[in-house]
Design a protein. Structure first.
Length: 333
């Protein structure tokens, strides 16, 4: 596998709070014809009638829980597999000590959770050191418990807690993501109306994201997703398919059979790279990804290394902002 793009990200380019208006972030549009600087509100003018935007309708969970002292438990995804119906939830989770990774967990260790809950560390997940398979003992169903005791997952670039609403997109319908599918955050109902009026269609998929704190060189873990029949048909009939976010690319490319998208619901381990290529996605609306992140290889699969490198050099030179509250990137190869 090729190495992902490496660069230095200055702290001043990390977005530390949401923009005052969702769709007033900047948008860098890149194609073989060149690179242009826009506002996100210009997106309808940059797309064509007949284009299909595919969006992720997963809603963000308040997936961070206090776990004793300074420890926090970040729920990622349900643990894949079949388990006894014993009233316990089994999840993949990450342990953190404040904003730092915590590497001293032990199999069999029990961590106190709010409201009388408990998390038992079962085993490192997939043989790694960062994630754990955990068994949760909770006083109520998980979603209700998280509503009462959970908070949105925060990382070092966000200095203070923010309400869950700040981490939801306008498309959010089905709770399940550990972290916001953030490429969709700048969209507003008014902007979607303008897109539809221009003849751009919008279709949904669901991919519930796990925690995004992958270490450099680490590939994404299995995630749950669903491609409805109507979306599969729309993708197969579209003149050009534009994914809103890397989650949408992963879902669509995981549901390809004989070069067409089929309805599908389940888990994906598929990782999009320049070696795998893309078969149905023609472009992407996305945020700006960290140095060496595996998502950069996905962008290369869509647009090629040269265009991705030029885009990132331009974004760094012009002060674009990174992370979930940052600016946007339109790649139309």
């Amino acid at each position: 596998m090729n190495a992902a793009l490496a660069f230095e990200l200055p702290a001043r380019l990390e977005a530390t709070e949401p923009p005052a208006v969702r769709d007033e972030v900047r948008l860098l549009a890149a194609s073989p014809d060149g690179i242009e600087h826009h506002r996100f509100t210009d997106l309808p003018d940059l797309l064509q009638p007949g284009d299909l935007l595919v969006v992720n309708t997963s809603a963000t969970l308040p997936a961070a829980l206090p776990a004793g002292g300074t420890l926090r438990l970040h729920l990622s995804t349900p643990l894949p597999g079949r388990f006894p119906d014993d009233g316990h939830e089994r999840w993949v989770a990450e342990l953190r000590d404040g904003s730092a990774r915590y590497r001293h967990g032990r199999a069999g260790e029990r961590l106190p959770l709010p409201g009388g809950g408990e998390a038992e560390l079962l085993a490192p997940y997939l043989g790694g050191q960062r994630l754990w398979a955990v068994r949760l003992t909770l006083p109520e169903p998980l979603l209700a418990y998280l509503d009462h005791h959970g908070e949105p997952i925060l990382y070092r670039h966000l200095p203070e807690a923010r309400p869950l609403e700040d981490f939801q997109t306008v498309f959010a319908l089905e709770p399940g993501s550990a972290e916001m599918p953030s490429a969709g955050r700048p969209f507003t109902p008014e902007l979607v109306t303008r897109l539809v009026s221009r003849g751009v269609d919008v279709a949904p998929i669901v991919l519930h994201t796990g925690v995004s704190s992958l270490e450099r060189g680490e590939t994404p873990y299995p995630e749950r997703f669903k491609v409805p029949a109507a979306t599969a048909a729309a993708v197969n009939a579209a003149e050009r398919v534009i994914a809103v976010g890397t989650t949408v690319v992963r879902a669509l490319e995981s549901a390809v059979e004989d070069d067409a998208v089929i309805p599908f619901e389940g888990w994906t381990r598929h990782v999009v790279t320049p070696e795998t290529g893309v078969r149905v996605v023609d472009g992407i609306v996305t945020g700006w990804h960290d140095p060496d992140a595996s998502h950069l290889l996905m962008l290369e699969a869509i647009a090629g290394r040269e265009l991705v490198e030029r885009s990132y050099a331009e974004a760094l030179a012009h002060g674009y902002r990174w992370h979930e509250f940052g600016d946007s990137h339109l790649l139309l190869p």
